[in-house]
Design a protein around this ligand. Structure first.
Ligand SMILES: *Cc1c(COP(=O)(O)O)cnc(C)c1O
Length: 236
C-alpha cells in the first residue's frame, strides 16, 4: 500500500460514514473510527496517522506491545481481540479502551491490575449476539447482571458494548445483529443510569455502513484502510 492509497481509503471511508449517518438521520460527528492494524507494520500505520487517525486497534496483545514503541506520537490503543487473563498485567495502563471483556474472571483480573496501578480501566462488554460457537462474548441474556456486578469493581468502568457480526455475503444480513446490540445497549442505559454507557462498538470493513445506520459509534476498520493483504485473516 502506498501512502496515497491509504489516504484515498480513509477519505472514502469518512465519506461513506457521513452518507450512512445521514441516511439514518444522525450526525456523523460522534462516530469514532478505529484503524485496525493487525499485520500492518508501524511505517504503514504512521501513514494513516498522518491522515488524522488517532485510534488504533489490535486484537493481539503481543502485536500491540511490539508496535507501540515504534509509533511516534501518543495514540489511543484499542484492544479488540480476546484477552487472556495472564496477559492483563502487560497491557493494563497502556490501553485506552478494552473492547473485549468477555468473562467475569477477566473482569476480576483487570480490576485487580488496574487497582495495583491506581487507575480505572475503561472496557466494553463483548456480546455474542449471533451465538456462534467460534465467537467470544457473553450471551445477550447475561449482560445486564454482568454489568450490575461489574459496576461494583472500582478498577474498571464499563463504557459500552461491542460485538463482532457473522461473516455474510450481504451486509444486510447482519442488520438484526446490530439492532439487537443497540436495543440491549439502550436497555442497560435505562436500567443503570449510574453506569456511563457511551460506546457501541460494531461494524467492520464489510458491514460498517449498516452498523452506522443501526447506531454504532465506534467502527473497527482494517481492510478498508490498509488493504486485504496487510490485514489478512480475521481472528475473532
Ligand atoms: C480484524 C478485526 C476487525 C477489522 O476487520 P476488517 O474486516 O479488516 O475491517 C474488526 N474487529 C475485530 C475484532 C477484528 O479482529
Amino acid at each position: 500500500m502506498e501512502r496515497t492509497d491509504i489516504r484515498d481509503n480513509i477519505i472514502s471511508l469518512r465519506g461513506e460514514v457521513c452518507k450512512a449517518a445521514e441516511k439514518a438521520g444522525r450526525s456523523p460527528t460522534g462516530i469514532k473510527l478505529v484503524a485496525v492494524t493487525k499485520n500492518v507494520p508501524a511505517e504503514v500505520i504512521s501513514m494513516a496517522m498522518e491522515e488524522g487517525i488517532n485510534d488504533l486497534g489490535e486484537n493481539r496483545v503481543q502485536e500491540l506491545l511490539a508496535k507501540d514503541p515504534h509509533i511516534d506520537r501518543g495514540v489511543n490503543w484499542h484492544l479488540i481481540g480476546h484477552l487472556q487473563t495472564n496477559k492483563v498485567k502487560t497491557v493494563v495502563g497502556k490501553i485506552k479502551l478494552i473492547h473485549s471483556l468477555d468473562s467475569w474472571r477477566l473482569a476480576v483480573e483487570i480490576n485487580k491490575r488496574s487497582g495495583d496501578l491506581g487507575i480505572v480501566s475503561e472496557v466494553l462488554v463483548q456480546v455474542n449476539i449471533s451465538g456462534e460457537k467460534s465467537k467470544y462474548g457473553l450471551g445477550p441474556e447475561e449482560v445486564q447482571d454482568f454489568i450490575k456486578d461489574a459496576s461494583d469493581l472500582g478498577g474498571i468502568a464499563v463504557r459500552g458494548l461491542m460485538t463482532v457480526a457473522p461473516m455474510v455475503d450481504n451486509p444486510e444480513e447482519v442488520r438484526p445483529v446490530f439492532r439487537e446490540l443497540r436495543v440491549l445497549f439502550e436497555g442497560i442505559k435505562r436500567a443503570f443510569p449510574g453506569v456511563s454507557m457511551e460506546y457501541l462498538s460494531m461494524g467492520m470493513t464489510d458491514d460498517y455502513r449498516v452498523a452506522v445506520e443501526e447506531g454504532s459509534n465506534i467502527l473497527r476498520v482494517g481492510t478498508g484502510i490498509f488493504g486485504v493483504r496487510a490485514v489478512g485473516k480475521i481472528t475473532r
